[in-house]
Ligand binder design. Structure first.
Ligand SMILES: *Cc1c(COP(=O)(O)O)cnc(C)c1O
Length: 230
């Protein structure tokens, strides 16, 4: 079987599962968007996928910028940790930065955005599970620094929150973390009427159906799309 066929089949299966999860959760299918995570995909796989779908997620700003130059009409999201010295690249290339994991980074993005006269769209990454290995705001920390976050919204579009559940074979184990992110969003939203925080980026190949049931609007899926290749 060729690459194109395998990817088309995987994409159709993922879309079916997204649709099923929406129906199960009594949500509109259009309320959930797939971010096709291409961070470990070969370029010919990305090209094959691009024939059918064009919203991609990359974890490294440099690779995102390089790939975007090759497929400029696609929408490229940054989902991986962003170092200070890569902020300019990210702001210039990413349609949405999912991984803003500290107030310091947010302020840096606001500064660069001002210099470039760009209003970047970002999500605040929250370490709901409090795992050492994961970056992100602690929920309490985010609540405590909310006034400072809101100030940055003048130059940076703060569209919502993002999280990763702990790795597990059982997707039900992810549910409390996704629910906690949605609850946190509801609490933060009630602090300031100006910020709707409409996006919740949560759910990966193993747990996206549960994330959709808990209100996820962006699911970041890599492995499932490229299964059976390479
Ligand atoms: C790699 C990655 C994904 C995709 O994970 P899969 O298990 O391949 O679907 C999603 N989100 C983030 C932040 C990632 O780094």
């Amino acid at each position: 079987m060729n690459t194109k066929f395998i990817i088309a089949r995987n994409l159709a299966a993922v879309r079916d599962d997204i649709r099923d999860a929406c129906v199960h959760a009594d949500r509109a299918v259009e309320s959930v968007r797939l971010v096709a995570v291409t961070k470990y995909a070969q370029w010919d796989w990305v090209e094959a996928l691009a024939a059918e779908y064009q919203t991609f997620g990359e974890s490294r700003p440099q690779q995102l910028a390089e790939r975007r130059a090759l497929l400029p009409d696609a929408e490229w999201h940054l989902i991986g940790q962003l170092q200070r010295n890569k902020v300019r690249t990210a702001v210039q290339s990413a349609a949405l930065i999912h991984s803003v994991d500290s107030l310091k980074l947010l302020k840096r993005i606001a500064l660069v955005a001002g210099e470039l006269s760009i209003r970047p769209q970002i999500l605040l990454q929250v370490n709901v599970s409090a795992e050492q290995s994961k970056s992100g705001f602690a929920p309490d920390e985010l609540t405590a620094s909310w006034d400072d976050v809101v100030v940055c919204h003048e130059t940076v579009e703060i569209a919502g929150l993002m999280t990763m559940a702990p790795a597990s074979d059982d997707s039900e184990k992810a549910r409390p973390f996704f629910r906690a992110l949605a609850d946190l969003r509801d609490r933060l939203r009630s602090h300031d009427a100006g910020l709707t925080l409409s996006e919740l980026s949560m759910g990966m190949s193993g747990d996206f159906a549960v994330a959709i049931e808990e209100g996820g609007t962006l699911v970041r899926i890599g492995r499932r799309l490229f299964a059976g290749l390479g």
